[in-house]
Design a protein around this ligand. Structure first.
Ligand code: PMT
Length: 413
């Protein structure tokens, strides 16, 4: 599993830094290529030479030297990494990561990274239990950072409690698990829709809704990190484009329809998190409707139902829809799942605080085509995104197994 994997190992200033030496040994023994990055404080606990001997690479330490020939060190270091693990991660480094501060190699690498990130915290138990540390860890978790440990036990301070760095073997196991799941969409093309649509009334006014695009963008980001090629068809949002996604910006439901159908051929998975307007003004005024004219009457007409149309052309694709409901959540979502020929329907419970439109969190139930309902608690949209993709991966595996069995029958038949 670890053979030829490129692992960046960040070591920060903790008494537990000596365990990172063992971790380096374990990783290299399993065939990984380990690039160690240390903070200045970490070098007070363990000499860089120990890591250099085991990893057979110079340790990255000095932000101001061109570590990779003429390239900028932290950018070059992240470019080919399969995983970035920080072990031990001190409270100080965790705080910097949570708030985007970048004053050393490790924090710069974090901001430039496109690979999965694993933290193994280590600190005194009172520090670990402090509300600020817990908030910082929660913030990072919500952004998709993975955390292993800490373990409970005797600490350097003489106290006993949570805060010990987990053992190198546990970190290796967490790395292996993460590497496995982090590449589980390689070879798939995931088409995601996000955000609202705008249906013009005249050149300055439109009908729309409160979708921010956060849910769809989180899915696009998560799918990209798991190795998929991502095509994101997005209505108007103020979000930065997810790294690596092919972004196709649209405004109206008709434009979203055209974009989705033109990208459909390549897609193996379609996830429709966009809140598409169901109706649009039948007439669009070519000039701004004046206030001094009589109050206008607007006649609406239906927009194309994009997902229903994709459902008709489904083929072997995995189709995931979203439903935002205030009443009869499961029953209404199930009707849409069946009507649109979906594999999964993610139902947002709009009556729950922190769910649905424009929040950073969501409360959803995932319905499947066999009648199953998985209830998720309040989670960040980024974590919800991964939970949805876990279900997609399961379905892809089942589909591939069915295809293999079919092929075998054909060969033997
Ligand atoms: O963007 P955020 O602020 O993060 O909020 C996320 C969200 C609440 C918008 C998202 O999680 C969500 O629930 N999106 C779908 C909401 C919705 O419009 O549901 P619906 O019941 O109208 O549509 C059901 C499904 O059909 C959706 O997947 C929708 O994309 C699709 N649809 C709907 C109408 C239409 N004309 N074409 C479609 O493809």
């Amino acid at each position: 599993m670890l053979k030829e994997k490129r692992i960046l190992l960040g070591v920060t200033g903790s008494i537990a830094a000596y365990k990172a030496v063992d971790l380096t040994r374990e990783l290299t023994k399993r065939g990984a290529e380990v690039q160690v990055v240390m903070t200045e404080a970490a070098t007070r606990f363990v000499a860089p030479l120990s890591f250099e001997t085991l990893s057979r690479q110079p340790v990255l330490l000095d932000m101001f030297s061109l570590a990779y020939g003429s390239q900028i060190g932290h950018i070059a270091a992240t470019a080919h990494a399969d995983l970035f693990v920080i072990a031990p991660a001190t409270a100080h480094t965790i705080a910097k990561l949570a708030h985007g501060l970048a004053n050393d190699f490790i924090t710069n690498i974090y901001l430039a990274s496109r690979c999965p990130i694993l933290l193994a915290p280590a600190m005194d138990s009172d520090m670990y239990q402090h509300a600020v540390v817990q908030e910082n860890l929660a913030r990072l978790r919500d952004r998709g950072v993975h955390i292993v440990g800490p373990a409970s036990g005797e600490l350097a301070s003489g106290l006993t409690g949570p805060g010990r760095l987990v053992e190198p073997a546990d970190i290796v196991e967490a790395i292996e698990r993460l590497l496995e799941s982090s590449r589980d969409l390689v070879g798939e093309v995931v088409l995601v829709t996000a955000g609202p649509t705008r249906e013009p009334l005249d050149p300055v006014r439109y009908l729309s809704n409160r979708s921010s695009g956060k849910m769809g963008y989180a899915i696009a980001e998560a799918a990209g990190l798991r190795g998929a090629r991502v095509i994101l068809v997005s209505g108007p949002t103020s979000l930065p484009p997810p790294r690596g996604a092919d972004l196709n910006r649209v405004e109206t439901a008709q434009e979203m329809h055209d974009a989705v159908l033109s990208e459909l051929e390549a897609a193996t998975v379609v996830i429709k998190a966009a809140a598409v307007a169901d109706y649009r003004p039948k007439q669009v005024a070519s000039r701004k409707i004046k206030k001094d004219e009589t109050v206008p009457e607007v006649t609406l007409e239906s927009t194309p139902d994009i997902l229903a149309e994709v459902g008709k052309r489904k083929g072997r694709r995995i189709l995931v829809g979203f439903a935002a409901e205030t009443d009869d959540l499961v029953a209404n979502a199930r009707k849409k799942l069946q009507r649109k020929n979906l594999d999964l329907m993610v139902a947002n419970d709009l009556r729950q605080p922190g769910a649905g439109f424009d929040s950073d969190t969501n409360v959803v139930k995932i319905l499947d085509a066999r009648g199953g309902v998985e209830e998720l608690p309040l989670l960040s949209k980024r974590v919800v995104a991964d939970r949805i993709l876990d279900r997609v991966v399961q379905l892809l595996k089942q589909r591939n197994q069915r295809a293999e069995t079919g092929n075998r029958k054909l060969e033997t038949g």
